[in-house]
Structure formats: structure tokens, C-alpha cells
Design a protein around this ligand. Structure first.
Ligand code: NAG
Ligand code: NAG
Ligand code: NAG
Ligand code: NAG
Ligand code: NAG
Ligand code: ZN
Length: 952
């Protein structure tokens, strides 16, 4: 019989969005956006634009430990042909963020030296990373000059600060080895060489890299043209790149990295490059890269090999990487866990994500690299398309992952959730580095992708494909802005006349609003069931019940189904609603009506009471008549409507009763996050939380039975993902059977039996949570000897679930050591909080005792702000006495720290959440109880009806 348990999903979601780099959906781990609401028109961080680079030669002499006076350093020379594009330029301004500029010289096109101001040839402006070169006279605009800058600098340790950095790995003989590579997106090329480090300054690059001869061959965007061998040094001269932005320059130098898989039926061959001890484990990644390259070659009608003769198609598996992957043009780099995939060792959520990731990065070779946003205010043009294709194109090639459907939880719902407060529009002026980093977030990726998918439905997939081709063809090797993209859409739409059905619809206005205005609408539907008249009205949706209306009208694509006319899979809107109010007519008939087919439109829907009742009844009694993606949509909207006080909890829980019989992934993933949000607000009221948990677990009994504990060989990935999420949740809430089964499997693992990776998450976590120090040590050893980064991350999650404060401190101590890689450190800290409720206090004491070491090893000043996420995140897990303890420590010792004010804010919102919980607990519990009662009642009615049906 049903049992009840609690949720951890909001915690999980919180972690995903803010610091869980185990699911870093973006190239960038998302940092909280700290942009003041008034726009900063200031362009002080931008280059003046009066001089442009054309052609770079970059010389780098790289040293590891072999150079004892300056280990891990490099000497470099930028040799670049430039032109003034304005008259009277007497100062050249470019970016440099290196340790030391040694000399600067400038030559006219006849090779004669061009005079600099003798007393002050160059100045450095560290705040803006500017290098200003002071000329004695003006440049002649349009003439070529050669600028030569000699400099030296140091490799960063680990990936977090980007630039040129070094990492480590173990080889096949278990020796510790070293490598160095680059991560320049978005503003870190200037750490490696002085340059015009904004995406609009496209130029060609030739790299000349010298390294110790005993390292293995260097990899880069292009192949080696010639090389020189000296006694202990080798110089590799690489072929020129196509014209491209600085952030795409890259190379990798290592002791033993090699090609572990390749397909040479392509020109260039598609290759997977990795540390030598993963030989034979790159076939899955290769299959993905090959499949997606073929797809995009045809879809864009512009084969990859035709883009530029020198470009490679290499994919590097990097043991360390600050994000999930980065689209350097000829040599894409990925965090290793997404590249080295073995179905016998890799959890399904990673395999699933890897498919979208490789597709995303491949799409960037056209959208982002060939055609590039001119400035990061337009990041969405790169990231929106790559994210859209990451799912929708990968779905065409690898349908078993059902990525078209997973798009909803991954992008549409995250965007609806993020874009319902004080968010920024997709097109948004950014200036400072932290504003740039902040704009690499949900709005650019998720809203960008969701906006594109919504547009596809309106203009048709064929016209969309045509627009892509026009856009790429017209802007090859150029920077673009939103108007270039608009022009391509407008041309394709006009050629195909694809908006002919929508007489009053203005596409220009649709594009302007969705790209340049923040937020999205809620559609209010009011149906007169006796006349069939449907009255629609819209307003901007805010989660906050007290937000004031804005008057913004959004053009909304309208689709709907009724009980008598179900057409959920028809996505072309029947009507484009461009006004605040509209009226539609359907046949008079008392029946349910559901708007927004498959939740493709970027908006929420609310209905009049009667219509909600009809929907609730259908969900309960004939759920299969409603498409599962619309069941998920309804659940997603209902949670948001309750939070925004547009719907009572009583009403919402009545509608959600259907979850009791629900077994679909998309519905449950929404429900788990909605329930988690609520139950986290009851954390300080243990008895009430336990009651609420019991209610949730009761509802989960059916789905737990449906997915079971044992994966079957031929089940689809979505089934595996459902089990993974449901069991993690259920085990965390203490579901008895889940706990017992997981412990049994953990014990069998201890006697060397293989446990399916699709269920390892709950097995590791429960095994350690319910186990002894011996169990903890067993898993720690297993972690230390594993060769699979993805399984290792699951083991960290497991170790973090220990309830023993001493073991937990041991675990947290590990985050200060090298063996937990810097990109995993803040994630590992958050796993400790997710492990058990009582872990928060140990984590707090650990933070207080080790703050200096945390700042250093977690890399405080990296763009992802890991220390800030750790400190803010912690607040939401503490009870009032712990918050007081935290606050006292902060105000006595941390007042001058970078994290002080954000952590105080987090403490305040933790208190607000508790206050909200205290105020609403009884309402929520009574709504929950009522939901349960009604279930019984309607089950009875159903039985009676069935009996009657038999008799008749
Ligand atoms: C450049 O300087 C010259 C001489 O001072 C002046 O006549 C001319 O107007 C300037 N050109 C521009 C575009 O400012
Ligand atoms: C200026 O340099 C560019 C890039 O190397 C080259 O293509 C162009 O021919 C040069 N122009 C002149 C006038 O030398
Ligand atoms: C290369 O040489 C350095 C210094 O002699 C040494 O430490 C390192 O192990 C060597 N690497 C390889 C791959 O032989
Ligand atoms: C369409 O909207 C744009 C603004 O977004 C406006 O400039 C244009 O006049 C509108 N066109 C028509 C036909 O109303
Ligand atoms: C954690 O590290 C600290 C400092 O190195 C050490 O004093 C302490 O004993 C360690 N705790 C555990 C449980 O390993
Ligand atoms: Zn991207």
C-alpha cells in the first residue's frame, strides 16, 4: 500500500541552475546575474573600433616543470597585421591580460619602424585589460601595419580561470601526467596573447608552438604545416585558421594524449582525442560526432569540409574543463565525463546529455563560429541556435533519446521559471566581464532555444531551414546582430509566403517583442460552455503575487484541443494573438479545452473554474486522452499558478490528483520539482514536512511500481531516466523498499558484482547513507581506482550522503585536495547538503574552519563564482540557530569578503522561505489531505460506474 516520503528536487534544481557543474548545460556555468535594473549604456570596457586586426601570427614557448626558474610559464609574441579604419588614429588600443609586456614595436608596410612616443610607448590599463600603444603620428587609414608585442606570462593551475591552464591525468601505467590547453570563451584569449578580444574582430591566426620534445604532438584547430626539431625543443607551425573570433583559438599540449577513435571516411577525418588510458572508449562519442556532422552538412546545405580547407574536426576529452564543452572551431573540447561513455559504467543522464552536448557544439561550427554574434549582448544568437539544434537536430539522428520531448523540461520550463521575475531580455546590453558571464545563462540558452522552436511552429520547419541557410550564406565569416537574423527570417518568410494564414499578424513586431522585451505572458482562458465562446486575455506573468502589471502585449501562437477534437500534435498555430484580448468560437459543448499544444509556446495558461474542473476530471479519469506533454504542461502551470496566488492550493492539488496514476517522465519531473519547492519551505517544521512527505510518497507509489528497481536490457533511455529521478527522490525521502533494495545492491557491489549504472545513483547514496564507515571507505577506494569520470561523480554524490559528521568532514576535506577536480569542487560541496538534512551543520562548520583554503582551492576569482554559490547555497539548508551562527561568523570575520553581501541576502531569503512555510503550512497540508480524500471518492465513483457499465 502507498507509503509516503519527502523530496529533494528543488534542491536539485537549485543546484543545477546555480552551481551543479555535473549538469552544466552551458559552455558557461551560470553565474547569478548582477546587473542593475537601469541599463548601463557605458561602453568603457569596449575597444574603440578605430583599428582592426587582419592576420595574427602567435608564437608561444611553453614550459612545464622543466624550466626550473619559471615553471609553468610561457613567453609569447603576437605579430599582427592591422589597419586603421578611421583617420587620425594616434593610439592603438587592444586587450592584454598577461603578466608582463616586454616590448612593443610597429612597422609600416615597407617594413620601416613606425615611431612610438619614446617616453611612454605603451600603457597598461588593468581594470579594462587594455594595452594602449602611443604613436608619435597618425596611422594612414587603410594601410597595413605590423604590430609586434613580446610578453611573458604564467599558466593557470586548473581550468577555472581559463586562458592557458594546466591539468593532470593518469596514464595507462598509473603515472601522473601533465597537459596544458586553452579555454578562451568569452574574454580569455587576452590572457594568452595580446589581441582584439571581442567577437566582432575576426581575423586569421597562425600558431607557432614550441614545447619540450618529449611531449606528444600538439593539437589545434588546424594541422601542422611544418615543424622544427631542436635538441630538447620542438616548434610546430600550424596552418592558418579561417577568419574567426579570438575566443575560438585553441591548442592542447600533453605528455601522452592521443587519437582514441576516428572516422577517416570524412575529410577532414572526425577524431576523438583523449588521455592515453581511455583508448578504446571513444566510440560512442565518435558515433555522435559523425552522426551530427552528416546531419548538419545536409541541413545547412553547406558541408563542414567546404567551410575552410585547413579546419580539423577534432573533439577533445579533457579531464578538467570549466564548463561542459566549448566549441573551438576545429578542436572542440569537452569535460571528460561526456566523452568517455560506456553503457556498462555510465549513468543514463550523462549519456543522454552527451548527445545534446555534442550536437550543440557541432551546431556552433556554423552558428557561432562561421557566423558570430557581434557582441555578447547578442549571445543568444550563438547559444539559442546551438541549444535548439542540440536537441532538435540530435533528435532527428538519435530518436531513441526522445530529445524533442526532453526539450520541454530542459529549456522551455527552465526559461518559464527564470523569466518570471526581474529578468533581462534576450538582447541585452552588457559591458563588464561579469555582465558578459551573467548573460551566458538561461535567457540566452533556454529562452533563445524556446523562442526559436516557437518560431519554427509559426513559419514551418521548411521556412526555418531556409532562413538558416540564407543567414549563414549571407554572413559567412562575419559578425552579426539581431537585424541580420531578422532579415534572413523575413526573406525566407516572404519567399515561402509562410504567414499567409495569419492576416493580422506582424512578424516584425513578434520578433521585436520576444527578442527585446523581458518576460512572457499568461493566457487567461474563459469559456462560455453553453455558447462555445472562448474569451482570451493576456498579461505579463510574474511569480510574485505582488508584481504590478506592465501592459506589455506579446504576440502569442494559439493552439488548442478539446475533448471532442484532440489534435495535440498539431503545432502550427490556428491564430496569432497580437492583442490584449481576443475571442474564439468553438462548438457549444460542455467539455475540457486545453491550450498550448505540447507546451511549445513560451507562455502559461489559466482557465475559468469550470474548465479547470473539466480538465481535472479528464486527467483523473481518462488521462490518456490528454497528451503526456500537455499533462506535464498543466502540472508545470499549476505549480506556478499556485505560487503566484492565481490559484489556491486547494484547487491546484485537486487538479494534481491525477499524479497518483501517472507514470510519464515529463509529468513526474515537473511534479518532483514542484513538490520539492514546497517541501523545502517546510524544512524547519519537521512534523509538517513529514506529513507532506507522506502525501507525496503516497502519490509516488504507482510510478515506483511501474519503473521498478531493475533496468531491463532493451528499455528506452526515457524509462531509465524516469527510474533514476524517481528512485533518487524516493530513496532520499526514505521509501522503505527503495532503501532496502539499494542497500542489497550496494552489498552485492562490495562482493564485486556488477550493478547497472542506470541505478547506481540511489545505490551509492543509500548504501553510504545507511551504511558504516567501512561502506564509506569501500566507495572511496572505488572512486580512487575508477577510470570513468562520470561514475566517479556519482560516487562523490554517494560519499556525500554519509550521515556521520566525521566522515562527512573527511569527504569535505577531499574537496580541498587535488583528487576532486576544481570543476567538481563546489558541486561536491552541494552534494553534502543534498545528502541528508543533518549534513548542513557539518558543512557550515567545515566552511567556517576552512574558508581560506576553500577560497584558494575552489578558485574564488573564477568567472563561475564557485565560492559565492557555495556560501549562498548553504544558507537555504540551515535552520534558525544555524543561520544566527552563520550570520555572526560572517559579520565578525567576513565583512570585507567578496561574498559578504550575497550571503547575507541568501540568509534573508532563507528566513523569508521559512516564514512563508510557517504561514502557508496548514493551507498546503489541508489542500494535500483534501486531495487524498477526493482520490478515494472518485475511485469509488469510478468503480460504481464500471459496475454499472457491466450490468448494462
Ligand atoms: C584629421 O586631422 C586633420 C588635421 O588635424 C583634420 O583636418 C581632419 O579633419 C581630421 N580628420 C578627422 C576625420 O577627424
Ligand atoms: C594587408 O594585409 C592583409 C592580410 O594579411 C592582406 O590580405 C592584404 O593584401 C594586405 N594589403 C596590402 C595593401 O598589402
Ligand atoms: C619529459 O621530460 C621531462 C623533463 O626531463 C620529464 O620530467 C618528463 O617525464 C618527460 N616526459 C615524457 C613524456 O617523457
Ligand atoms: C509591424 O511592427 C513594426 C514594429 O515592430 C512596425 O514598425 C511596423 O509598422 C508594423 N507593420 C505594420 C504593417 O503594422
Ligand atoms: C580534515 O582536515 C583537517 C585539516 O587538515 C584535519 O585537521 C582533520 O583531521 C580532517 N578531518 C578528517 C575527518 O579527516
Ligand atoms: Zn554553446
Amino acid at each position: 500500500m502507498p507509503k509516503l516520503i519527502p523530496t529533494v528536487f528543488w534542491m536539485i534544481l537549485y543546484v543545477h541552475v546555480h552551481c551543479d557543474s555535473d549538469f552544466p548545460f552551458w559552455e558557461f556555468d551560470e553565474a547569478p546575474i548582477r546587473i542593475s535594473p537601469t541599463r548601463n549604456e557605458d561602453l568603457v570596457y569596449r575597444l574603440p573600433g578605430n583599428v582592426v586586426p587582419l592576420d595574427y601570427n602567435i608564437y608561444l614557448d611553453l614550459y612545464f616543470a622543466e624550466r626550473t626558474d619559471r615553471p609553468f610559464s610561457y613567453d609569447g609574441r603576437t605579430n599582427v597585421i592591422i589597419q586603421a579604419v578611421q583617420e587620425n588614429v594616434t593610439q592603438i588600443v587592444l586587450h592584454a591580460n598577461v603578466d608582463r609586456i616586454n616590448s612593443v614595436s610597429l612597422y609600416a608596410s615597407d617594413a620601416s619602424p613606425f615611431p612610438l612616443v619614446a617616453t611612454d610607448p605603451f600603457t597598461i590599463d588593468p581594470q579594462y585589460h587594455f594595452l594602449r600603444i602611443n604613436l608619435l603620428k597618425s596611422l594612414v587609414s587603410g594601410d597595413n601595419y605590423t604590430l609586434i608585442i613580446d610578453y611573458s606570462s604564467t599558466m593557470n593551475e586548473g581550468p577555472m580561470k581559463r586562458g592557458i591552464w594546466r591539468g593532470w591525468y593518469t596514464d595507462e601505467d598509473n603515472n601522473m601526467r601533465i597537459y596544458a590547453t586553452t579555454h578562451f570563451q568569452p574574454y580569455n584569449a587576452r590572457q594568452a596573447f595580446p589581441c582584439w578580444d571581442e567577437p566582432l574582430y575576426k581575423a586569421t591566426f597562425k600558431l607557432h608552438i614550441s614545447r619540450s620534445t618529449n611531449y606528444s604532438a600538439t593539437f589545434s584547430n588546424t594541422g601542422v604545416e611544418t615543424f622544427e626539431l631542436f635538441e630538447d625543443r620542438t616548434v610546430e607551425h600550424f596552418k592558418a585558421t579561417p577568419p574567426m573570433s579570438t575566443y575560438l583559438v585553441t591548442f592542447l599540449v600533453s605528455e601522452t594524449f592521443k587519437v582514441i577513435a576516428s572516422d577517416s571516411s570524412f575529410n577532414p577525418p572526425i577524431r576523438i582525442i583523449a588521455r592515453s588510458n581511455t583508448e578504446g572508449l571513444g566510440d560512442h562519442a565518435l558515433e555522435l560526432a559523425v552522426g551530427m556532422t552528416k546531419f548538419f552538412d545536409e541541413y545547412f546545405d553547406m558541408p563542414y569540409e567546404s567551410l575552410h580547407p585547413n579546419l580539423y574536426n577534432d573533439h577533445v576529452s579533457s579531464p578538467d574543463w570549466a564548463s561542459a564543452g566549448t566549441e573551438n572551431w576545429g578542436m572542440v573540447s569537452y569535460r571528460e565525463l561526456y566523452m568517455i561513455i560506456d553503457p556498462r559504467e555510465t549513468i543514463m543522464s550523462v549519456e543522454h546529455y552527451a548527445t545534446t552536448l555534442i550536437s550543440h557544439e557541432l551546431a556552433h561550427k556554423w552558428f557561432g563560429n562561421l557566423v558570430t554574434c557581434f557582441w555578447w549582448s547578442n549571445t543568444w544568437i550563438n547559444e539559442g541556435f546551438a541549444s535548439y539544434f542540440g536537441y532538435i537536430a540530435a533528435h532527428e539522428v538519435f530518436p531513441k533519446y526522445e530529445l524533442d520531448e526532453h526539450f520541454n523540461s530542459r529549456y522551455l520550463q527552465t526559461s518559464l521559471s527564470t523569466d518570471s521575475g526581474g529578468s533581462q531580455p534576450m538582447n541585452y546590453d552588457v559591458n563588464t566581464p561579469s555582465q558578459i558571464t551573467g548573460h551566458f545563462g538561461t535567457i540566452s540558452y533556454s529562452k533563445g532555444a524556446a523562442f526559436l522552436r516557437m518560431t519554427v511552429d509559426i513559419i514551418t520547419p521548411d521556412t526555418f531551414q531556409k532562413a538558416c541557410k540564407i543567414f549563414l550564406e549571407n554572413n559567412r565569416f562575419q559578425p552579426v546582430d539581431q537585424y541580420d537574423l531578422y532579415d534572413a527570417f523575413a526573406q525566407a518568410i516572404a519567399e515561402d509566403d509562410s504567414l499567409r494564414e495569419y492576416s493580422q499578424f506582424n512578424f516584425t513586431e513578434y520578433y521585436r517583442v520576444w527578442v527585446n522585451e523581458p518576460g512572457y505572458p499568461i493566457l487567461n482562458v474563459d469559456i462560455n460552455h453553453s455558447s462555445g465562446e472562448i474569451s482570451l486575455s493576456q498579461e505579463r506573468f510574474f511569480l510574485s503575487p505582488t508584481a504590478s502589471p506592465t501592459g506589455q502585449v506579446y504576440p502569442i501562437p494559439i493552439t488548442y484541443s478539446t475533448k471532442s477534437d484532440r489534435r495535440f500534435r498539431e503545432l502550427k498555430p490556428i491564430y496569432m494573438m497580437s492583442t490584449e484580448k481576443a475571442v474564439l468560437q468553438k462548438p457549444a459543448n460542455e467539455e475540457w479545452v486545453i491550450f498550448n499544444h505540447l507546451q511549445h509556446g513560451h507562455y502559461r495558461v489559466n482557465y475559468d473554474d469550470r474548465t479547470w474542473d473539466l480538465i481535472a476530471e479528464a486527467l483523473l479519469n481518462e488521462p490518456d486522452t490528454i497528451d503526456h506533454l500537455n499533462r506535464a504542461q498543466i502540472a508545470d502551470d499549476v505549480f506556478a499558478l499556485m505560487r503566484s496566488e492565481r490559484m489556491t492550493y486547494h484547487k491546484g492539488f485537486q487538479i494534481l490528483r491525477f499524479l497518483r496514476n501517472e507514470d510519464n517522465y515529463h509529468v513526474w519531473t515537473v511534479a518532483i520539482s514542484g513538490y520539492t519547492w514546497l517541501r523545502n519551505r517546510l524544512r524547519h517544521l519537521p512534523e509538517k514536512q513529514a506529513t507532506f512527505d507522506a502525501f507525496i510518497l503516497n502519490y509516488m507509489e504507482h510510478i515506483i511500481e511501474t519503473v521498478g528497481f531493475e533496468p531491463s536490457n532493451n528499455e528506452g533511455p526515457t524509462t531509465s531516466l524516469t527510474r533514476q529521478e524517481v528512485l533518487q527522490f524516493a530513496c532520499n525521502l526514505g521509501h522503505k523498499q527503495c532503501t532496502e533494495d539499494s542497500i542489497r545492491r550496494f552489498n552485492s557491489m562490495k562482493i564485486n558484482e556488477w550493478v547497472d549504472p542506470r541505478i547506481r545513483r540511489n545505490v551509492y547514496m543509500t548504501g553510504v547513507r545507511e551504511g558504516t564507515s567501512e561502506d564509506y571507505m569501500f566507495l572511496l577506494n572505488r572512486f580512487q581506482s575508477s577510470n570513468f569520470a562520470n561514475d566517479q561523480l556519482e560516487m562523490l554524490r554517494g560519499l556525500a550522503a554519509t550521515k556521520d559528521p566525521e566522515l562527512l568532514t573527511h569527504y569535505l576535506n577531499l574537496t580541498l585536495e587535488k583528487e576532486i577536480r576544481s570543476h567538481d569542487k563546489s558541486t561536491s560541496f552541494s552534494y553534502a547538503l543534498l545528502g541528508n538534512k543533518e549534513n548542513a551543520n557539518t558543512a557550515l562548520q567545515f566552511l567556517k574552519n576552512n574558508i581560506d583554503a576553500i577560497r584558494e582551492t575552489y578558485v574564488e576569482d573564477s568567472p563561475a563564482n564557485p565560492v559565492q554559490s557555495v556560501m549562498s547555497n548553504l544558507a537555504s539548508y540551515l535552520d534558525e540557530p544555524e543561520l544566527v551562527d552563520y550570520e555572526n561568523w560572517l559579520s565578525t570575520t567576513q565583512r570585507n569578503s567578496l561574498q559578504y553581501s550575497s550571503t547575507i541576502n541568501a540568509i534573508n531569503s532563507a528566513r523569508n522561505n521559512m516564514a512563508w512555510g510557517t504561514a502557508n503550512a496548514d493551507t498546503i497540508l489541508s489542500a494535500a489531505r483534501d486531495g487524498v480524500t477526493t482520490i478515494v471518492a472518485s475511485a469509488l465513483i469510478l468503480m460504481v460506474t464500471t459496475l454499472l457499465a457491466l450490468i448494462i
